[in-house]
Design a protein around this ligand. Structure first.
Ligand code: BDP
Length: 327
């Protein structure tokens, strides 16, 4: 037995342990597809800062924004294996794995953004988070980010639903969205967020659909100058943690993470409203035409997508009635 080595092995950790800074036990890498400065990114960073402070250094937090760790789908896979510990993900990506969440992915299921916020802040919002947590997904869903209202943006104007006929419109990889666009008369094509910019430029697609901050910050407006206010989707976005990390946390740490994620939910919407208004101004100044639909024209989009609500909403009739009942 090498006595000296044994002594070192015992003495070293002791020395480090006593030398001030406690070693962080939990390191959180947070992946975001959006760039720095984007509302959820800012709210998540604030959450991370509070987490580091309030856990007294037991937890560290680092943001990886701008899609550097991969597409949302790739990131979710990494969170499942704990290669990445946290992310915010669009419900579009979660739907194919946890079909219950598709209730929120149905076109026109929320009356407006205020209605959606009421739902995510209340018991239905918590139920849907729990569905994700209790699924085989290996994630713990902690809170919701507001992802605004999605509208169509295209290279040629869509002033009426008939104008959409045959247009190739990018959607997230979820059959609900493909059917939605197809039923509106377009041609839904699934691809990752990061591929949209060049697909628009090369003409692989004729348009896409998203909120004003994404249209601006992902530079899609450089090719798609017409923004038709269909308001067909209002998608909230869960903040999730790997179950592997979650189980490593003490009860107190779990509570802290949960509380701070919920605070981020409330903080983000203030940033969201500000950013949306700014994005609208900037987009208009850059030559994007915002096309408003008359109630009758908007209803045409609602009516066209009734089959989607019928098909995917059928197993969730009660839940949909409860959503509608929330004032
Ligand atoms: C944005 C969402 C983001 C999605 C993106 C998309 O915030 O999570 O990845 O849309 O459609 O609004 O790909």
């Amino acid at each position: 037995m090498d006595f000296k080595r044994t002594l070192l092995a015992v003495a070293l950790p002791l020395a480090f342990g006593l030398s001030g800074m406690a070693q962080a036990e939990i390191k959180i890498k947070f992946a975001e597809v959006h760039p720095a400065g984007y509302p959820p990114v800012v709210a998540e960073q604030q959450m991370g800062k509070k987490l580091e402070e309030q856990s007294k250094g037991e937890i560290t937090f680092k943001m990886f924004a701008g899609g550097v760790l991969g597409s949302e789908k790739e990131v979710v896979e990494q969170v499942q294996t704990n290669a990445v510990q946290m992310t915010r993900v669009s419900l579009g990506i979660v739907g194919p794995v946890v079909p219950d969440v598709n209730v929120f992915n149905l076109p026109f299921v929320f009356r407006d953004q205020a209605h959606m916020r009421k739902i995510i802040d209340g018991e239905i919002g918590q139920e849907i988070l729990d569905k994700i947590t209790n699924s085989e997904f290996n994630l713990v869903a902690l809170a919701w980010m507001d992802g605004g209202t999605r509208n169509l943006y295209t290279k040629k104007p869509v002033r009426d639903i008939a104008d959409l006929k045959g247009m190739k419109i990018r959607v997230q990889g979820n059959p609900v969205f493909i059917d939605t666009i197809n039923d509106m008369g377009g041609n839904g094509i699934a691809m990752a967020t990061g591929e949209i910019f060049s697909a628009l430029q090369t003409g692989v697609i004729d348009g896409a659909e998203n909120n004003p901050p994404t249209l601006l910050e992902h530079n899609h407006y450089q090719s798609a100058k017409f923004y038709t206010l269909t308001e067909h989707l209002i998608l909230p976005e869960p903040v999730v943690m790997s179950k592997i990390t979650w189980k490593k946390l003490s009860a107190d740490q779990q509570k802290l993470v949960q509380t701070l994620a919920r605070e981020a939910q409330m903080e983000e919407r203030v940033l969201w409203d500000k950013k949306s208004a700014e994005a609208e101004t900037t987009l208009k100044a850059a030559g994007v035409e915002f096309i408003t639909l008359s109630p009758a024209q908007k209803k045409a989009f609602f009516d066209a997508t009734q089959p989607v609500r019928d098909k995917y909403g059928a197993p969730y009739k009660d839940l949909i009635s409860r959503i509608e009942a929330v004032q």
